[in-house]
Ligand binder design. Structure first.
Ligand code: NI
Length: 130
C-alpha cells in the first residue's frame, strides 16, 4: 500500500486547542514526537533525566529560567535544553511553541503533580494535504 502522506499546518493545528501547558502531538518520527503547546504564566522547576528537549517559539517570547541565568527565546528562535538541566519556563504573554523530544518525555520531568499530563492528545490535521 502506498503511504498516505500529509502535511501539517501549524496555525491550523494550533486552532484546535486553547488550553495552556498541555502539549498536543502533531507528528512522530524515530521515537520522537513533534508537539505543539500554548503557554501562559509560570510553569515549574523541573528536569528531564533522560531526554533533551527542543523548544521552537512560533509566537511570542518564552523566558527559560535556568539556575544561573535566563534565556529569552523569541519568535523564530529555538533552544535545546539538555537532559538533566533544571528549567523553569515563563510566558508573560501567551506563547506558542513547537516541542521536539522523545515520546517518553513527560512535561513535568521527574516530578509528578497536578500539572503532569500522562497521556498527550493527538491532533490530526484532516483538512491538510490532498
Ligand atoms: Ni521541560
Amino acid at each position: 500500500m502506498k503511504p498516505h502522506l500529509e502535511k501539517v499546518n501549524l496555525a491550523e493545528a494550533l486552532s484546535h486547542f486553547s488550553t495552556h501547558w498541555e502539549p498536543k502531538i502533531v507528528g512522530e518520527l524515530n521515537g520522537q514526537q513533534v508537539r505543539l503547546a500554548k503557554l501562559k504564566g509560570s510553569f515549574m522547576w523541573h528536569a528531564h533525566e533522560e531526554e533533551d528537549e527542543l523548544f521552537l517559539v512560533l509566537k511570542g517570547s518564552l523566558d527559560l529560567e535556568f539556575r544561573d541565568h535566563t534565556v529569552t527565546v523569541n519568535e523564530g528562535e529555538f533552544i535545546i535544553v539538555p537532559r538533566g538541566v533544571e528549567h523553569f519556563p515563563v510566558a508573560k504573554e501567551e506563547v506558542h511553541v513547537l516541542l521536539f523530544e522523545p515520546a517518553s518525555t513527560v512535561n513535568t520531568g521527574s516530578i509528578r503533580n497536578e500539572r503532569t499530563i500522562e497521556q498527550l492528545e493527538k491532533i490530526i490535521d484532516d483538512r491538510s494535504g490532498g
